[in-house]
Ligand binder design. Structure first.
Ligand code: ZN
Ligand code: FE
Length: 282
């Protein structure tokens, strides 16, 4: 399946200036998306409304990188949405807030996030630039993890819950909890663009092939990913449809995977837990 967004991936090794702006799925939408790398393998995203001039960022792991991205685009930050408490998502929060006076939104039941102006939880619907932003609580990687979904844009920000071809490690919850969280994302429309927070896709593809070796869509996606990374391009964002077809953590009911794991009679959670355990030891 050809995915035109892939061609708009930025040059991984090039700093923010020069990176093209990515867009969501909705051609009528007024929002622009700008993804930029920071630290060793993180992605930040800016969302900008050309109509209202408002700009939001997802996470602030590196304050300087975020402020540089804003300067590069000439956008002024009005909102910061925090996914979870890990330092690679929050370490720049204070710096960014001081520099921009943005409104900071994050999890109500958080672990030690300083500087939140608004605390939200499952089911809350926020407004950004006239668009609904639905709050989805996806505990698993951390207990406080929130994902932000813009239904009118068909875009979801999955933090460290759902990765391209992977999912976050289970640091603060069990497999049952994470499977339940992923299940909430799996029922979003298939044409949803998935922005995750890390460029882990190539390593994830190697693991995915170890549990789902016969999947033709996975094999061709793995090849495409290898090529993109060799060219220094991002593999994020992806489409939910391609995750459903190729991400082994979402395919626990697949016969081929179950046969491969010798778990034909197991529950979905048991298969998910086994795949997660294998990935931890891969
Ligand atoms: Zn994390
Ligand atoms: Fe992270």
């Amino acid at each position: 399946m050809h995915n035109p967004r892939r061609n708009r991936g930025h040059q991984w090794k090039t700093p923010a200036p020069g990176n093209p702006t990515t867009k969501g799925n909705n051609p009528m939408a007024e929002l622009e998306y700008y993804q930029f790398p920071y630290m060793s393998d993180n992605y930040g995203v800016l969302i900008h409304s050309t109509t209202t001039g408002e700009t939001a960022a997802i996470d602030a792991g590196d304050g300087s990188a975020l402020l540089e991205a804003l300067t590069h685009k000439g956008w002024q930050l009005t909102d910061l949405f925090i996914t979870h408490h890990h330092a690679d998502h929050t370490a720049g929060l204070a710096e960014v807030k001081a520099a921009t006076s943005c409104k900071v939104t994050g999890p109500k039941h958080h672990s030690n996030i300083e500087g939140l102006d608004r605390e939200v939880s499952e089911g809350d619907v926020l407004q950004f630039a006239g668009c609904d932003v639905q709050v989805i609580h996806t505990p698993g990687h951390t207990a406080d993890m929130l994902n932000y979904y813009l239904p009118s844009e068909s875009v979801v920000f999955t933090g460290d819950t759902l990765f391209a071809l992977g999912c976050g490690r289970l640091f603060e919850s069990d497999a049952d909890t994470m499977w339940n969280s992923l299940s909430k994302l799996m029922v979003l429309p298939q044409n949803t663009t998935v922005y995750c927070s890390h460029e882990y896709t190539e390593a994830n593809a190697k693991f995915a092939l170890s549990v789902d070796p016969e999947n033709p869509e996975l094999r061709s996606r793995a090849k495409a990913i290898k090529q993109l990374r060799a060219e220094g391009k991002a593999t994020v964002p992806s489409l939910l449809a391609e995750e459903l077809a190729t991400n082994p953590f979402l395919r626990v009911d697949d016969q081929g995977i179950r046969e491969h794991l010798n778990m034909l009679a197991s529950s979905d959670v048991e298969v998910f837990a086994e795949i997660r355990k294998r990935k931890d030891n891969f």
